[in-house]
Design a protein around this ligand. Sequence first.
Ligand SMILES: [Zn+2]
Ligand SMILES: [Zn+2]
Length: 135
Amino acid sequence: MTTKYKGTCLCGSITFSVEGFSEQAAHCYCSMCRKFHGAAFGTLVAVNGLKWLSGVDQLKDYVAPNGTIRTFCNTCGSSLGFRVADAPIEEIELAIASFDEDIPVNIDAQIYTKYKANWCELQNDLPAFGDERKS
Ligand SMILES: [Zn+2]
Ligand SMILES: [Zn+2]
């Protein structure tokens, strides 16, 4: 039996489950993540075994000027995911905050920190990258 982790948008129309997560996940302080999430940073994670359980008709995409695609709920506006330009929905990285239970993900970096808001403090215990993560 495979463990499944479930997530929902705020209004509950969109529900989904995944079977696993990428080992890497970072808090992103870029201005696009900040605005999309309405928060100090956004945290997205790549997943595997994603299944949309309900509300697929509520999924709405916003394509930014740089071609990246951000997906949200058409009813409640919850930020649900991100994918690179022209990627199919199967390649969506999910907003980690949309999960309704504990998930086996460790945040291991802070990225695009040079764009962070002045009122937000970085976490001292995590490596920080001014732009993208360097491996
Ligand atoms: Zn919703
Ligand atoms: Zn970002």
